[in-house]
Design a protein around this ligand. Structure first.
Ligand SMILES: NC(=O)c1ccc[n+]([C@@H]2O[C@H](COP(=O)([O-])OP(=O)(O)OC[C@H]3O[C@@H](n4cnc5c(N)ncnc54)[C@H](OP(=O)(O)O)[C@@H]3O)[C@@H](O)[C@H]2O)c1
Length: 274
């Protein structure tokens, strides 16, 4: 199976997304999919507030405004949204990307206690519920758009940590319900569900990918190399964070003006069912 090249900044499409001067909030912005999304939004002329616990040099370099907050807590989300509304004057675009985090552990159902369930729900579901509740009055006023980052684990929970996939399934359902409720008020809400994306989740030496490799009795490096085959990626390669960001930014733009309430899978062909 041969790998196909993915788009780079040199050969990106020049489709006009008309996002200049809009304002955006991106959660989980310090690395991975969130950072790639901030980069694309800033390039499109959007004024962005990016939030995570750590403000990385890479996030600072984008020129985005930053807020450091633990978004698994109600207080952390309040700090972010209060700061963002004050800095930006209003929110046109919301990207609820934060998720997975420190509690993504390769644990089975019987090894997942209440505390882990609740932490997974707080980060993967309630962070979005809380940020959306705070942003929606502004999104309604500005006829804005929202993208929530779920996971293919929501559709295909087998093999994923159960508290994570259940929280993501609830997130996908919440996105659909919000799209129905706020569509008539001019707000479009979509979900993006990635498969295996090259980020610290898989690549960090102490991260989830390392644990899954260890459980399978593999070296981390050879496990990473074998991911396309292991996960049935028809494209023959892992997805890049920037490819997910491109989809998110497209969905936020008016070019996608008739797309709402949809769960958009970006999985390199891993899901085999219709
Ligand atoms: N990578 C994949 O294969 C994959 C597949 C399906 C779905 N997803 C989803 O895609 C989203 C982004 O994942 P990613 O792969 O880009 O992950 P990542 O590289 O681990 O980045 C996660 C981001 O979230 C932030 N974060 C984590 N816990 C936080 C907390 N408690 N409060 C505030 N910020 C927090 C991290 O910064 P700090 O640690 O500094 O706070 C970082 O900026 C997640 O929702 C994940 O579930 C990823």
């Amino acid at each position: 199976m041969s790998a196909t090249a993915h788009p780079t900044s040199e050969n990106r499409s020049t489709m006009n997304l008309n996002l200049t001067s809009k304002t955006a909030v991106v959660t989980g912005a310090s690395r991975g999919i969130g950072l790639a999304t901030v980069r694309r939004l800033v390039t499109e002329g959007v004024r962005v507030v990016g939030a995570a616990r750590t403000i990385t040099p890479e996030l600072k370099e984008t020129g985005a405004l930053t807020v450091s907050a633990d978004l698994s807590t109600a207080e952390g989300v309040t700090t972010l949204m209060t700061g963002a509304l004050a800095e930006l004057g209003g929110i046109d675009l919301l990207v609820n990307n934060v998720g997975a985090g420190d509690d993504l552990r390769a644990a089975g159902f019987l090894d997942t206690d209440d505390a882990q369930w609740l932490r997974n729900m707080d980060l993967n579901l309630l962070s979005t519920v809380r940020a959306s509740r705070a942003a929606l009055p502004s999104l309604i006023e500005r006829r804005g758009a929202m993208v929530n980052v779920s996971s293919v684990s929501a559709r295909q929970p087998g093999g994923s940590p159960v508290a994570y996939s259940a929280a993501k399934a609830a997130l996908t359902a919440t996105g659909k319900a919000m799209a129905e409720e706020f569509g008539p008020q001019g707000v479009r809400i979509n979900t993006v569900s990635p498969g295996v994306v090259r980020t610290s989740i898989w690549e960090a030496p102490d991260g989830y990918g390392h644990q899954v490799a260890a459980e399978a009795g593999s070296e981390h490096a050879s496990f990473l190399q074998g991911i396309p085959e292991t996960f049935g990626l028809t494209t023959g390669r892992i997805i890049e964070a920037d490819e997910v960001a491109a989809l998110i930014v497209f969905l936020l733009s008016d070019v996608a003006g008739s797309i709402t309430g949809v769960d958009h899978v970006i999985d390199g062909g891993a899901i085999k069912a219709l």
